[in-house]
Design a protein around this ligand. Structure first.
Ligand code: ADQ
Length: 475
């Protein structure tokens, strides 16, 4: 699948709006370098930017040491920063976005959801600043595409500011949308729903999330929804709601894993690990990713299937994120403790059960790991989609490999030829690891072929095309 130049044909300028900027700064020997980000969202959105006939990326400016001129030399499109008062940042970002909406939308409110006075106001103010910046540059016929839970109020703020009705506004939620029973615990639920309803099109990864959204709109706002057509009638406008699952840039992954240098690194990694079978886990360091339960499952696996000790090793890679939030610091310590515990229990001279790396890896090393791993263990407790699962599948497009995938990741809807597991059930996961280790090569290849057919068909270009054409549908 390739991008069919959707944006070029209809000549709408694309204004992409995200909380995070599409680059980050790296300090090397005291000198600051700007690098394009490699994370999930940016990787997914760059193809849309590169194929638009004209494009602008609007984001916050977390890396505020940097001038826009120096950034502009490094990225192939115009970037505009939203400048808001720094005193709002903690409440908007770490507070309301990541201590309220993130756990709530992942249905993990228990120990994680924490309201603090004033944060809702900070969230609103920053969303208003985003809308102000968009208003300053937008012109008739633009296509404004707003992303994710940090910016739910922006579409409605644009309507309130009387944005040109010719401008289409799309909103895509990259994380799950929770059930009504959970969503109703949020004191500002009605405002969040109305905020999103400012868009012409609201996109989710899977149909379950759209249905939850419809339930909340009906129950909380008492608004008429036509579910069979995916339409909501609100303030004399028709809003389209649609499940459009995100894909990956499959061709790029194929290029990485056919690169001779990456194949050589993958081979070297295998030799260094020594074990016959290598399992990989790759995640942002986040409690939703289920890393602790996964490690417990591995411990159970070694306990129940002692003959696999020495034969099977795991590399767990976790890139630190939201390090300013206490729960994330605690999680990091707990993971380190558990890795130490398992290695202490089972390691033997010449064999280490788990190699744990807590950092971001450059694409070369990341894809060498994907390529080297016999088993991809992707077991989030809840995940909007999960791109790691798709990247692992793409990295094994012409060889064997087994994906073990959480039923609670959006990706499980499409990747039904993976071994699907309940990520809370470490006993069942231990058994799934055993099944994967013992799976005959022919069976692995058969499953990999089917998984690859899916991710090749529904790749990131398909996602961009579908979202753009849905946003311009008039029927
Ligand atoms: P994330 O929660 O960030 O994305 P995910 O979809 O798995 O999760 O994307 C992570 C990305 O970061 C992948 O592309 C992966 O290769 C990369 N990555 C992870 N660890 C890394 C490391 N140590 N070094 C380098 N790169 C690393 C959110 C939602 C998901 C949804 C995406 C896209 O939470 O559910 O799939 O947006 O919509």
């Amino acid at each position: 699948m390739t991008l069919k130049n959707q944006n070029k044909q209809n000549l709408h300028r694309l204004i992409l709006v995200t909380n995070r900027e599409p680059f980050h700064c790296v300090d090397r020997d005291g000198k600051i370098y700007i690098e394009r980000s490699t994370g999930g969202l940016v990787t997914a959105l760059e193809p849309a930017m590169e194929h638009a006939h004209e494009a602008v990326w609007i984001s916050a400016n977390h890396e505020n040491a940097i001038s826009s001129e120096s950034v502009q030399q490094e990225i192939p499109y115009r970037w505009i920063a939203v400048n808001y008062d720094k005193s709002l940042h903690e409440g908007y970002y770490s507070g309301f976005s990541n201590r309220v909406l993130w756990p709530l939308f992942h249905s993990m409110i228990g120990n994680h959801m924490k309201f603090q006075i004033g944060e809702w106001n900070h969230y609103q103010e920053v969303n208003r600043e985003f809308a102000n910046t968009i208003m300053q540059i937008s012109k008739s016929d633009d296509f404004i595409w707003i992303h994710d839970y940090q910016l739910t109020l922006v579409p409605d703020f644009l309507r309130k500011r009387k944005i040109d009705p010719n401008i289409r506004i799309g909103f895509f939620l990259h994380i799950p949308f929770p059930s009504y029973d959970l969503f109703r615990t949020l004191p500002w639920g009605a405002e969040i729903l109305k905020g999103m309803l400012g868009a012409n099109l609201i996109g989710f990864h899977i149909n379950d999330y759209s249905q939850h959204f419809f339930n909340c709109v009906e129950a909380i706002l008492k608004i008429r929804c036509d579910r069979s057509r995916g339409l909501i009638y609100y303030e004399n406008r028709v809003i389209r709601v649609k499940a459009i699952p995100i894909g990956i840039n499959v061709v790029k992954v194929h290029e990485f894993v056919s690169d001779k240098a990456i194949i050589a690194s993958s081979k070297k990694l295998r030799e260094e690990i020594g074990a016959k079978c290598l399992i990989m886990g790759v995640d942002r360091l986040d409690y939703t990713k289920g890393i602790l339960k996964r490690l417990s499952a591995l411990e159970k696996f070694y306990e129940r299937y002692p003959k696999h000790r020495r034969q099977v090793s795991m590399i767990q890679l976790a890139v630190p994120s939201r390090t300013e939030i206490e729960q994330y610091q605690e999680l990091r310590e707990e993971i380190e403790r558990l890795v130490g515990h398992i290695n202490g229990l089972y390691a033997q001279p010449g064999w280490t059960p788990i190699t744990y790396m807590c950092r971001s890896l450059p694409p070369h090393d990341l894809f060498a790991l994907y390529h080297a791993a016999d088993i991809g263990l992707v077991t989030p407790l809840r995940d909007g989609m999960n791109l790691v699962a798709k990247e692992y599948v793409a990295a094994h497009h012409n060889n064997a490999g087994v994906l073990i995938l959480s039923e609670l990741a959006g990706a499980a809807e499409e990747l039904t030829d993976a071994i699907l597991v309940n990520p809370y059930d470490d006993n069942a996961m231990a058994d799934a690891i055993n099944t994967a280790v013992r799976m005959p090569l022919a069976e692995q290849k058969r499953r990999m072929k089917k998984l690859n057919e899916i991710i090749m068909h529904y790749d990131v270009y398909d996602w961009v095309n579908k979202f753009t054409s849905e946003a311009y549908r008039n029927d």
